[in-house]
Design a protein around this ligand. Structure first.
Ligand code: ZN
Length: 146
């Protein structure tokens, strides 16, 4: 019996259960039908945050940003491109700290951009300040060795 994994849908949040081998196989959501890995970061809100942050089988990399923050805007394309690079191993999510002040307060975000890596509801790592693609790759690998 192959070990099964649980992947929250980026659109509807349904937890999709599948064998580990299917992760690489362009799976779609059993409830709403969208691709579970579409190469784009999820917009995180109070409504869907816990579901993605609590996932044990797919760590969540959060970009905490704000529209007025220049370094955040500079890093946005790097983070966007990283979604297709890191999926289906990681879920990437954008947290607009102005739109979601409750989440920003919960994570005590004092500087932006801040990147937070979570798995199973636990914070694994945090980095404040913009990163380029190679820095981001190295940082993720350091905290989540393949
Ligand atoms: Zn869905």
């Amino acid at each position: 019996m192959p070990e099964s994994i649980h992947i929250p849908c980026p659109k509807c949040g349904a937890i999709n259960r599948m064998p580990e081998a299917r992760r690489q196989d362009r799976p779609t959501c059993g409830k709403c039908g969208v691709s579970l890995f579409d190469g784009h970061p999820v917009t995180l809100t109070a409504g869907n945050f816990e579901r993605h942050a609590n996932a044990q089988d797919i760590p969540l990399l959060v970009d905490c940003w704000a529209s007025w923050c220049g370094p955040c805007r500079a890093m946005a394309p790097v983070f966007e491109a990283a979604a297709s690079e890191f999926e289906p191993r990681l879920r990437l999510g954008k947290l607009d700290t102005e739109a979601e002040p409750g989440l920003a307060a919960k994570f005590q975000i004092r500087a932006i951009p801040t990147l937070i890596l979570l798995r199973g509801g636990r914070e694994i790592a945090r980095h404040s300040g913009a990163m380029n693609a190679s820095m981001l790759r190295a940082w993720v690998h350091q905290h989540l060795p393949a």
